[in-house]
Design a protein around this ligand. Structure first.
Ligand code: HGY
Ligand code: MN
Ligand code: MN
Length: 412
């Protein structure tokens, strides 16, 4: 039994045409009109397979195939369909399309399995709307509730609660949708590596043993807005220069004081009033700190706080550092890792056991069930950009491995 590469290709092509930035990669934020179109496409496919479909209050989609085994916990598999701005074709979508193809093959072959199988599509994984990654899976696993959604806002100050409700979701009742421990026996997410290890070593499959944890901070520096021409250099309280010193220092800390697996990035910055001939009054920037070792993250957090205090005193600024999102690093299930390995050996696929520097929804389920991840190569290690590329043949291999592992776990 194998997946069908033509159907996989067809789904990816049809869905990646749906983007808000057709000339510049994939931009498909959750709760956008593009998201609505992709959901319609996928729901039509899932309805065609006569699955039990449920869309929860934040937009996670669950599609279950039960066949006289409804009293048993399911084997869950899937990923996310939302993207970053100007992102790639394959981040998230590869796992969703592979999951859809696995479900098709199981149904076409009328497999009767001891455990039900369940496809999941997570909402708002990228954090593109509110700056908080994996919001859909955090609500699904009870890490965030209704009151949090009413407080979480986008850059325009609109709450996630409002946006989800306007998208037509029953967000009021998210409490009824929290995943219970006994609902899922195991969960597997197939995803593009988003790094260059598999591609450079020419290995088609990665089996993930740990997923990095992360902390996202919003740093706001307030100075004195003034005329760019008539203000002498020694009379300035310029938050832009302060921000640039902190950003530069973060790179130094991650490289020299962190662990080899520690990374830190500032990828989003706003300044007010953002005019070439005005000394900024305020600069807000987001700091993304990650490591598979918690100590690595904490080292950078401490240095961020220390440096900000130093810069504030030196430049006569005011600062606010707000933790906007976090997730712990997780070790994945040895049971599921072994199941994936057995399937890879059975199919003769070469594989590498490795960590994930990117975060993933599956990391949110590790307290509730046994979780594993399958990686397929990202060519040149590029991701979160229009250049993101994964070979269709590698996706098929990953999909066949997912199929074999799901059947193995559903029948043991
Ligand atoms: O940021 C991440 O690691 C994921 O792509 N949301
Ligand atoms: Mn992803
Ligand atoms: Mn991503």
């Amino acid at each position: 039994m194998e997946s069908c590469i033509r159907r996989i290709e067809n789904d990816i092509e049809n869905i990646t045409k749906i983007t808000a930035t057709p000339q510049m990669g994939c931009t498909r934020f959750s709760y956008s009109k593009e998201d609505k179109q992709v959901r319609e496409y996928l729901l039509k496919e899932l309805e065609g397979l006569r699955l039990k479909i449920k869309i929860d209050g934040v937009g996670n989609i669950r599609a279950k195939y039960v066949d006289g085994n409804e009293d048993k916990p399911s084997i869950m598999f899937g990923s996310h369909i939302d993207t970053v701005a100007n992102g790639g074709k394959f981040d998230g979508l590869t796992g969703v399309i592979s999951a859809l193809e696995v479900m098709r093959v199981i149904k076409e072959n009328n497999l009767s399995l001891k455990n039900p199988v369940e496809l999941i599509i997570f909402a708002e994984e990228e954090g593109s709307n509110f700056g908080i990654t994996m919001l859909g899976s955090k609500v699904l696993t009870g890490k965030y509730g209704l009151e949090d959604l009413k407080k979480i806002e986008n850059d325009e100050g609109i709450s996630s609660y409002e946006i989800m409700r306007n998208f037509g979701l029953d967000v009021e009742n998210i409490g009824n949708d929290v995943l219970k421990k006994d609902e899922v026996k195991a969960m597997i997410e197939l995803h593009v590596e988003q790094g260059g290890i598999l591609d450079s070593e020419k290995i088609p499959i990665g089996i993930v043993k740990a997923i990095a944890g992360m902390k996202t901070y919003k740093v706001s520096l307030k100075g004195v807005s003034n005329h760019a021409g008539s203000t002498p250099m020694d009379l300035r309280n310029d938050p832009m220069v302060g921000a640039s010193e902190i950003v530069t220092y973060l790179e130094k800390v991650a490289k020299e004081k962190g662990l080899p697996s520690t990374v830190a990035t500032v990828g989003k910055i706003h300044c007010q009033p953002n005019m070439p001939n005005v000394i900024s009054g305020e600069v807000d920037f987001y700091v993304d700190i990650r490591d598979v070792e918690a100590d690595g993250v904490e080292t950078v957090v401490k240095e961020l706080e220390k440096k900000t205090e130093e810069i504030v005193l030196k430049r006569g600024l005011k600062a606010q550092i707000e933790l906007v999102g976090e997730s712990d690093s997780v070790r994945l299930s040895t049971k599921v890792i072994e199941a994936i390995e057995k399937s890879a050996l059975e199919k003769g696929f070469e594989y590498k056991i490795m960590n994930s520097g990117a975060v993933h929804d599956s990391a949110m389920l590790t307290e509730l069930t046994e979780v594993g991840m399958i990686f397929v190569p990202s060519i040149n290690g590029r991701s979160h950009c229009p250049e993101e590329l994964t070979d269709l043949q590698d996706i098929k291999l990953g999909c066949d491995l997912l199929l074999n592992t799901v059947i193995r776990l559903a029948n043991e």
